[in-house]
Design a protein around this ligand. Structure first.
Ligand code: PGD
Length: 772
């Protein structure tokens, strides 16, 4: 049998899978992608990897003792069972929970990126299934940008437009003179975009910007958060102090009369209140560059000179998502917006404010004029919800009140947790606390292709297919290509599509027709594509029939909107195109937020000391600031077993970057294994000694699969290098309650003991039993 090419896509790039003898032997990037991501290299070796779940599994203790809270989750062996048994057990348990407690006892918030593909979208499938059963407790917002998602609608009237209608790179390259990046524009993050990314454009855009002579100033602790070729001026500030620097820039503008008073008067509200704060009228502390220097380590003279440069040029202020994934994360995007408003360039080509350039692939590329095919999820009959990153709080504190965006809510009492397409042992903070939280419910169900941390802490594990094992359609709002994702290989072991698993459960529970509507996979794809084609037609755009699309594999959609300028129409006509804020204008002071009375998010942007930073008392015990950012060699924790991810490891551990001075103080050499630790936990990692990290800062990316030395001990060291054993499980503030996992204080020591093996790439202990 010869080679076959199968069109396909992933969150990190479109490709043809090269199939030989029923195996994916290679992947070839999509021809129109000028800068394909090396993350594609993780795919071939992962599909048949021993870390895949071969068949349905049930935790031995759950089988023996039945549902109930259990601290042994994660430590007991699994019993392989047939699909029939698994479906029987799970339908029985769903009936029990629904009958005794109702759907409000089921948590289906199930955050996670899963695979690209609009039909086999794991979350949608699960939500549709649970909705057919009456609903579930849901989650709102994301781990990516919850603080931004919640604050920006209050102060600029929209979050989605700031993302999808960001000022286009084409406009930046043509008009911008100075880009001041808080958090950089790291190319590694632009490799990915949810739903698929057929071309990677940011490297070319940055090259064009550099070629035009655009000046870049980068505030951040990691030098390579902007590529070397843009020759940025690196300002390696103390992590967590960006808002202080922004305030000092703003203070300089008013002190020197450089702020645009006409813009502030016409387009903004509340500047006077904020100005009082900048001048220190109420707290006696003017937010001068000298004040910011003491916090950030950036010389006052540099800050002052930069403020003058910003006022004299077409300037774009960008804030990366990482800055708001921290304590008081709401402040950075809000203050970035306010600083841009003071420069008066919002709504002008190449000027103003941007949020998330470099946080994902398509920020700054225009959207399609209409949506992509999506699976309907039905209606959720349960009202209760949590902000997504509060999952451990919910499980540990049922019945307790909490604040969120001006509301006082109560954590529901969850008895059954259903997770599909995500991995909290990747994305959540303080994993020891998460393990304790996950001991509380009666039952945890997980669908995943792999033995992830979450699968290992479940009671019922159902093996899901990978996208290459099924047919699907992929498309995303800013991707000018719709992909026919052809099945390339047979499912691994007994893995099944989430859709088919839910279909069987639905049939057993008497809601089969409601869930499947009598359609198989290909019928659904035709149906979803057909609906999308109608929408396109209604807008006068003719797209081919399904058969032609499917045969061709890739459908180019050359109608993305171009030359967008964020808030251009508002600038042109603030009365005719007001913002969706209470005032219709940019809210420098928000009466609404002020009215919430939150001490950790007052009515205008402020500097608030983060719970952990190099200036806090805790730094005496843990003197290094950990940046737990998104990884370069994989998407989150996905395909960590793949070749590209594995090649980056140091003695099999996740690399941690450390400045030569900090390494020398601790006797650490490049390539050593080190122990990273604080009060919450510890992990091993492999030292990479580098001047690209500021002194006092270490960087350990997320995504190494959680591998506790002793699975029975929730406080056990992770031998592999998952930084979320170290991070703090605290909401950004009462406003957004977002994930603040980007930062933590730690210390690092050379590991002198024998090196424990990494076991997480093998299945957990299994206990074979004869089924009745
Ligand atoms: P992934 O590793 O993508 O992480 O967190 P997320 O949970 O999304 O997990 C996806 C899971 O889906 C994988 O286990 C994969 O095997 C599984 N999967 C893939 N395809 C399928 C399928 O078809 N069906 C099923 N059932 N499963 C499938 C990401 C989250 O982490 C995000 S978005 C961010 S931005 C956060 N960033 C940080 C951070 O900066 N710092 C820290 N400390 N922590 C973070 N966590 C957050």
């Amino acid at each position: 049998m010869g080679l076959a090419l199968r069109p396909h896509t992933s969150h990190w790039g479109a490709f043809d899978a090269v199939v030989e003898h029923g195996t994916v032997v290679d992947v070839r990037p999509y021809g129109l992608d000028r800068d394909p991501s090396p993350i594609l290299g993780n795919i071939p070796g992962s599909i048949r990897h021993p870390a895949r779940v071969t068949q349905p599994m049930v935790r031995a203790g759950w089988l023996d003792r039945g549902p109930g809270p259990d601290e042994r989750r994660g430590a007991e062996p699994f019993v392989p069972v047939s699909w029939e048994t698994a479906i029987d057990l799970l339908t029985g348990e769903l009936r029990r929970v629904l009958g005794e407690l109702g759907p409000q006892a089921i948590y289906g918030g199930s955050y996670g990126w899963a695979s690209a593909g609009r039909f086999h979208h794991a979350q949608s499938q699960m939500h549709r299934f649970l909705n057919c059963l009456g609903g579930y407790v849901r989650s709102v917002n994301t781990y990516s940008h919850a603080a931004g998602e919640v604050i920006l609608p209050h102060v600029v009237g929209t979050f989605r437009d700031v993302l999808n209608r960001a000022t286009a790179w084409s406009e930046i390259v043509e008009h911008t003179e100075l880009i001041v990046c808080f958090g950089g524009i790291p190319l590694k993050n632009t490799a990915v975009s949810p739903g698929g990314i057929s071309r990677h454009t940011v490297r070319d855009r940055l090259r064009a910007a550099a070629a035009r002579g655009i000046e870049f100033v980068q505030f951040g602790p990691l030098r390579d958060d902007l590529p070397e070729f843009v020759a940025a001026e690196w300002q390696p500030l103390v992590p967590g102090t960006d808002v202080a620097v922004m305030l000092a820039l703003a203070q300089t503008l008013i002190a020197e009369g450089l702020h645009d008073t006409a813009f502030l008067a016409r387009y903004c509200v509340g500047f006077e209140r904020f100005e009082r704060y900048l001048r220190g009228r109420d707290d006696g502390v003017p937010k001068t560059p000298e004040w910011a220097e003491r916090l950030s380590g950036i010389a006052a003279g540099e800050i002052r000179a930069l403020a003058r440069r910003m006022a004299g040029r077409r300037t774009l202020v960008t804030v990366s998502w990482s800055l708001q994934r921290t304590d008081h994360g709401e402040q950075a995007p809000w203050m970035g917006l306010v600083l841009a408003a003071m420069l008066g360039q919002i709504g002008l080509p190449g000027g103003g404010f941007g949020f998330g350039y470099g946080s994902m692939g398509y920020i700054g590329e225009g959207p399609l004029p209409f949506g992509v095919p999506t699976l309907g999820q039905g209606k959720n009959g349960v009202e209760a919800f949590i902000p997504v990153a509060r999952v451990a709080d919910m499980l540990l504190q049922p019945g307790e009140p909490f604040d969120y965006d001006g509301r006082r809510l109560t954590y529901p009492d969850i008895r059954l947790v259903y997770w599909c397409g995500g991995n909290p042992f990747h994305h959540h903070q303080d994993l020891a606390r998460l393990r304790r939280a996950l001991s509380r419910p009666d039952t945890i169900v997980v669908h995943d292709p792999f033995w992830t941390g979450m699968a290992r802490h479940a009671d019922i594990v159902l093996p899901a297919t990978l996208s290459l094992e099924r047919n699907d359609i992929a498309g995303a709002s800013n991707d000018p290509c719709l992909t026919a994702m052809h099945q390339a290989v047979e499912p691994f072991g007994q893995a099944r599509n989430d859709y088919d698993i839910f279909g069987d459960l639905a049939a057993a529970l008497g809601i089969g027709d409601a869930f499947t509507e009598g359609c198989c996979e290909m019928e659904w794809l035709r149906h979803l594509y057909g609906g999308w084609r109608e929408t396109a037609r209604a807008r006068g755009i003719d797209v081919p029939a399904f058969e032609e699309f499917w045969r061709a594999g890739y459908l180019e959609l050359p109608f993305v909107e171009e030359d967008l300028v964020l808030l251009e129409s508002f600038r042109a006509d603030p009365e005719g195109s007001p913002l969706k804020t209470p005032s219709g204008r940019i809210e420098i002071f928000s009466e609404t937020i002020d009215g919430f009375g939150y001490d950790d998010c007052p009515g205008h942007p402020v500097w608030l000391e983060p719970v952990e930073w190099l200036g806090s008392a805790k730094a005496e015990r843990f003197p290094l600031h950990l940046i737990a950012n998104n990884p370069k060699t994989r998407l989150h924790s996905q395909l960590d077993v793949g070749a590209y991810s594995q090649a980056s490891k140091v003695q099999g551990r996740e690399p941690i970057r450390i400045h030569p001075d900090d390494a020398a103080q601790r006797g650490i050499r490049d390539g050593d294994v080190v122990r990273v630790f604080n009060d919450r936990g510890s992990c091993l990692a492999g030292a990479v000694v580098s001047r690209d990290a500021r002194p006092g800062v270490v960087q350990l990316s997320t995504g190494a699969w959680y591998d506790p030395f002793d699975p029975a001990d929730p406080d056990a060291m992770c031998v592999h290098g998952n930084p979320n054993v170290l991070t703090l499980d605290k909401g950004t503030s009462k406003l957004a309650q977002g994930c603040s996992g980007q930062h933590a204080l730690v210390d690092v020591a050379r590991w002198e003991d024998p090196l424990p093996p990494v076991r997480v790439h093998q299945p957990p202990a299994l206990e074979q039993r004869t089924e009745p």
